[in-house]
Design a protein around this ligand. Structure first.
Ligand SMILES: [Zn+2]
Length: 281
């Protein structure tokens, strides 16, 4: 059975464990574009081996949907230091996020001896070679793709890949299908639903959305998840307005959170910090 599933014309998805991580490929006449590279050299090499199923077509481009380790720590095995020498696109705030969050996280994993220890020690954090601001487009030969940043949400560096010819959007972790949305390092819980609404307004009829974790979804799924993201944003704001301490906020909202409470402490912490820093009306 093939590793790759064609989710739309010319757009293939492979789902990898751990974390049910999506790696996508857009086929172009000039070569392949690979979206996200997993967590290590070894995992990236597994992608490379699986790409051979698609024939003897060179990987010319890589896009990172954002800077979280599970989406970009395999960059080294695709980028300028590798035999592929692919161009790597990412949002302009990816390098700063890598230094602020991912590099210290990697050092902590190595110091603790987290498994797979050899894999973590081998990682060479490799930033994108081309930084994208609001948007850019790329010609793959027989089709073009667009990369767009629609605002802050899962991180401040989410970059979506749009394939207009097949009405497909690779949305990274702005949406998640196989688990609740992840409020991880550097999330913007109060702005996240606005960003999903912006995406929603751009979707073509019948658009296919591929999340960073899980199966492809449709606009209806995006609407439902957006409504849940609104509940989180509004509840954080309500608790903050009521003067509930950050350490008590998850508990104080018990029964009202649309996602499991154990994933929400960092949403509350990030939301509170952003409210604390916002200018008072
Ligand atoms: Zn992520």
């Amino acid at each position: 059975m093939s590793r790759w599933r064609e989710v739309a014309d010319g757009v293939l998805q492979a789902r990898y464990q751990p974390m049910d991580l999506s790696v996508c490929v857009v086929r172009g006449a000039k070569g392949l574009l690979v979206v996200d590279t997993r967590s290590s050299h070894r995992e990236a090499d597994e992608i490379r081996a699986d790409l051979q199923e698609l024939g003897d077509v060179p990987v010319r481009w890589v896009v990172n949907t954002h800077a979280h380790f599970d989406h970009c720590f395999g960059n080294y095995r695709f980028g300028p230091a590798s035999d592929l020498d692919a161009v790597i696109f990412g949002h302009e705030r990816v390098p700063a996020h890598l230094e602020e969050y991912e590099r210290p996280m990697l050092a902590a994993r190595i110091a603790r001896g987290d498994e797979p220890a050899d894999d973590w020690r081998e990682v060479v954090i490799t930033p994108p070679t081309v930084l994208v601001g609001a948007s850019t487009s790329l010609d793959l030969g027989d089709r073009s793709v667009e990369m767009v940043h629609l605002g802050r949400g899962h991180t401040d560096n989410d970059l979506l890949l749009h394939v207009p010819a097949s009405s497909t959007w690779l949305v990274g972790d702005l949406l998640e299908e196989s688990g609740p949305p992840m409020y991880g390092s550097g999330s913007f819980p109060l702005e996240w639903p606005d960003t999903v609404e912006r995406l929603r307004s751009l979707l073509e009829d019948g658009a296919v959305l591929v999340p960073g974790h899980g199966a492809a979804v449709d606009a209806g799924f995006a609407d439902e998840q957006c409504a849940q993201l609104w509940v989180v944003a509004e509840l954080i704001r309500e608790l903050w307005d009521a003067g509930v301490a950050v350490a008590q906020a998850v508990e104080a909202g018990a029964g009202r959170w649309p996602f499991p409470a154990d994933g929400l402490a960092s949403a509350v912490a990030d939301g509170y910090r952003q409210l604390d820093q916002a200018p008072r009306p």
